[in-house]
Write a protein that binds this ligand. Sequence first.
Ligand code: B12
Length: 358
Amino acid sequence: MTTTPILVQTSEAILEQRAGIAEGFVAREFARHPELEQRYGKIGREKSLQDAGFHLSFLAQALALNNQRLFLDYIAWVKVVLSQRKVLASDLAFHLECLAELLREQLPGEPGTLAAHFVTAAVQAIPSMPEDLPTFLREGAPLSPLAHQYFEGLRRGDRRLASQLVLDAVATGTLVKEIYLQVFQPAQYEIGRLWQTNRISVAQEHYYTAATQLIMSQLYPQIFASEKNGRTLIATCVAGDLHEIGVRMVADFFEMEGWNTYYLGANTPHASVVATIVEQQADVLAISATISFHVEAVRNLISAVRQHPSGSQVRILAGGYPFKRDPGLWRSVGADGTASDAQQAIVLADQLVKGSRV
Ligand code: B12
């Protein structure tokens, strides 16, 4: 899936003309089907315009990477979001058909054809995409009873209970790593599912997430207890991305394995990441992106690191939501590998660091 100059040019043109394309195709959508205004009200048109901007950002990213799968995955996500808010799948398909039409007109020649092709492939796949998602808190999974009780505590607004459950489990021998992967991670995914399917509000999502971050912090006496092995990890989210818990978990697993960890959190400017690699003499850089239209930023950061004289030796891992959806994506951004969770990240980093020292 190598990219080509024409795809990059198409992606750039879409981003430059995003507002005009969005307004153009939404106007056409509502002019052709005035009953949409009756079905969804005035707010329907505003929401349609908001969605249009989002679709174009995801489309531009998928084109820049020549990765149709990323866009299909995004439209599958949109279908769940809209179905659970009573928007018909046929209306989503029509909305996207208008987009494809406008792309052909606004980007004449090959760019319009390429972009419209990505969109029409997604339209064809809509009927086979699900309208809802199963729970992430699966019965029978390791620590499932604790994960359910923890989540129930959060749902009831009782973070004191959620915290006590976790501290008691650790006091009676449950490993912090298990709590991370079997309780916090599925709880966070479940929060996302409930938000996506319109079952909880943004405020509830914020509350649950803040509570989980707080409870993670209570585990640091255990996390900081390991003997050091002399290796250094820098862990960061790419510029623009606010999802910091996944990469924080990765950093904490490395800390528990004895690494010195330098965790930078969300939305770090690329120049600062490069400077930190030099200052800290990092062995491994872990870069996280959750929103697929930030994947290009991962590629840019890796290229900035590689161009710096001190950045050629550092091993680079890329991970997060889009890298889980497309396990081959790490190659197209120039990373040395990816891992689907914090435990796998440790295994891979050990292999890479040993490999580089032979
Ligand atoms: C909490 C949350 C937020 C919070 C983040 C706060 C914070 N302080 O982190 C806030 C409110 C800011 C937020 C905002 C948005 N969010 Co949000 N968010 C989530 C949620 C519910 C949980 C994220 C999380 O904590 N996951 C738990 C961690 C442990 O899992 P993880 O990230 O996958 O990490 C593991 C692995 O991926 C891997 N890993 C992660 N990074 C790395 C790096 C390396 C190098 C390696 C090797 C491995 C690795 O190891 C980790 C540990 O095992 C997710 C749901 C989900 N499925 O993740 C949605 C979710 C990611 N968000 C989503 C969306 C849409 C958004 C917004 C665009 C919403 C909006 N319209 O504004 C914005 C974008 C903001 C931005 N610019 O980044 C969607 C993304 C859908 C998509 N198709 O892209 C999701 C999936 C929700 C959903 N189900 O719809 N969000």
